[in-house]
Design a protein around this ligand. Structure first.
Ligand code: ARG
Length: 264
C-alpha cells in the first residue's frame, strides 16, 4: 500500500509571489474552502493509501505542498533546499519530521537548489526523472544519483508556469505517463517520447492549465483537479480511473493534487 505525507492548510494563503499563478492572487484564498477541498482530497487518498500528517507552521503558507519537502527513497530522505527565501524555513520542519520518523536525512551540497519530489519523479521502472531550469538546479541530478544510487534522467523546464516537473509530467503504472510538451525543451520532449513511446499522453493547454499533469497515481486511479473529456477517455482506454478533486483554492498558489502530497 502506498503511503503519503500531507499537511493541513490551516495557515494556507497567498502572501507572496514566487510563480506566475500567484500573481493577482495575493490575499485571495478562501481558507475555509481550501480546508474543505484539502479534506476531500485527503479522504480520496486515504481510501486508497495511508496518509500521515506533518504539523503546519504559522507563517509558512506553502508548507501544504509537501511534495517539495524532499525526496524519499526507502528510509532515506533528501531534504529540499528551496530557491526562494519565503520557503526556505520549511526545510528544517520537514527535516525534523523525517528524522523523528526514523529516516536517514541526507543533504545535497551546500548551495545546490533542489525542491524535492516536485522536481523528482520515479517512473514504473524506478527510473528517476529530475526537472531543472526554473527551480531545481541541474547539478542536483548527479548529487542525487550519488546519494541514492538510482538511474536518473534530466528534463529541462523552459516556461515559468511549469516551474516544477510535477506541474507538467506524471509517470503512471506500467510504463504510461501524461505530460505537457510546451513545458519542456525540444530535447526533453524527445527524451520523453523515446522513453515512453505510445504510452505517453500529451495533454492540451487547457488540461495543463487545469493542472491535470499534477496527478496522484495510486494503482489504476489517477487523482487530479480537472480533466477534459478527451483526457479522461485517453486514460480510460489505457485502463485508468480518473477521479477529480477540486482544489481551486490551491491553484491560486500554483499547486494542485500531487503537490499536496509526498509519497513516503
Ligand atoms: N506556491 C508554491 C511554490 O511556488 C507552490 C508549490 C507547488 N508544488 C509543486 N510540487 N508543484 O513553490
Amino acid at each position: 500500500m502506498k503511503h503519503f505525507l500531507m499537511c493541513a492548510p490551516r495557515f494556507f494563503e497567498v502572501s507572496y509571489v514566487i510563480n506566475p499563478w500567484m500573481e493577482g492572487n495575493l490575499g485571495k484564498v478562501n481558507n475555509p474552502l481550501a480546508q474543505q477541498q484539502w479534506e476531500n482530497l485527503r479522504d480520496i487518498v486515504a481510501k486508497r493509501a495511508s496518509v500521515s500528517l506533518v504539523e503546519p507552521v504559522a507563517g509558512l503558507p506553502d508548507m501544504v505542498f509537501t511534495a517539495n519537502a524532499g525526496l524519499v527513497r526507502g528510509k532515506e530522505f533528501i531534504v529540499a533546499s528551496f530557491r526562494h527565501a519565503e520557503r526556505q524555513p520549511e526545510a528544517k520542519f520537514f527535516e525534523k519530521f523525517f528524522s523523528v520518523q526514523g529516516y536517514r536525512v541526507r543533504h545535497l551540497r551546500q548551495g545546490t537548489i533542489f525542491e524535492g519530489a516536485g522536481d523528482a519523479l520515479f517512473d514504473a521502472q524506478s527510473r528517476l526523472w529530475i526537472g531543472s531550469g526554473i527551480r531545481s538546479e541541474s547539478q542536483a541530478l548527479d548529487e542525487i544519483v550519488d546519494v541514492l544510487d538510482v538511474e536518473a534522467c534530466g528534463l529541462e523546464l523552459v516556461d515559468p508556469h511549469w516551474y516544477h516537473l510535477d506541474t507538467a509530467f506524471c509517470p503512471l503504472p506500467k510504463g504510461h505517463a501524461i505530460a505537457y510538451a510546451k513545458a519542456f525543451s525540444g530535447e526533453s520532449v524527445a527524451a520523453l517520447n523515446h522513453a515512453f513511446g505510445e504510452n505517453i499522453i500529451w495533454v492540451s493547454e487547457t488540461d495543463a492549465r487545469n493542472f491535470a499533469c499534477n496527478a496522484i497515481s495510486i494503482d489504476q486511479s489517477v487523482i487530479l483537479h480537472r480533466a477534459s473529456a478527451e483526457l479522461k477517455s485517453a486514460l480510460k482506454q489505457r485502463g485508468f480511473e480518473v477521479i477529480e478533486a477540486d482544489v481551486s483554492e490551491f491553484l491560486k498558489a500554483g499547486g494542485a493534487c500531487k503537490c499536496l502530497t509526498l509519497e513516503i
